[in-house]
Design a protein. Structure first.
Length: 166
């Protein structure tokens, strides 16, 4: 579905705007075709040479998920940024809330929970620790409360309509 930066670069040289699936903004060449202009989600336009986060910028360049930015997939151009489950997991691990576009209830999302503990029937507080997964779980926050240890369905894992939740 996506392309490598080499292909995105060739499209930019032809006048296209490109983005990664989760981005609200996009990259394109300046009017003279001399540098990449980064149009950010915050409505800023920066010359790529002005980045104060070179490691992040280079990791984006290394991605093979580049796509043409258009009015359907780019919020800065009037569309919506959606991505697959793999990207959703990546963003969960970075502390973001994500949700399926198709989920019925408003304000439903999942997020990574840590510091998990529970109270036993005798009133003892047990802090959950596991050698393989530590002290984390995916929490589903819905209209009826929080469900710890949410499990994705096959439909959730195969969906391409994941997005950032508010």
């Amino acid at each position: 579905m996506g392309m490598r930066f080499k292909e995105a670069w060739e499209l930019m040289k032809q006048g296209a705007a490109v983005k990664l699936p989760s981005w609200a903004g996009y990259w394109c060449l300046d009017a003279k075709g001399e540098t990449i202009m980064m149009h950010t989600k915050d409505d800023e336009v920066l010359d790529i040479r002005q980045t104060d986060r070179p490691f992040y910028t280079f990791s984006n360049i290394a991605s093979d998920e580049w796509q043409i930015a258009d009015k359907k997939n780019c919020p800065m151009l009037g569309g919506e940024a959606v991505f697959g489950f793999g990207e959703a997991i990546k963003y969960l691990k970075r502390g973001f809330k994500v949700a399926r576009k198709g989920w019925n209830g408003k304000k439903q999302y999942i997020q990574l929970a840590s510091g998990i503990s529970y109270k036993t029937s005798t009133g003892d507080i047990v802090n959950c620790e596991h050698d393989a997964i530590g002290n984390m779980a995916v929490a589903f926050v819905g209209t009826s409360g929080v469900q710890m240890g949410w499990l994705a369905s096959q439909a959730d894992m195969l969906a391409e309509d994941w997005m950032f939740a508010e």
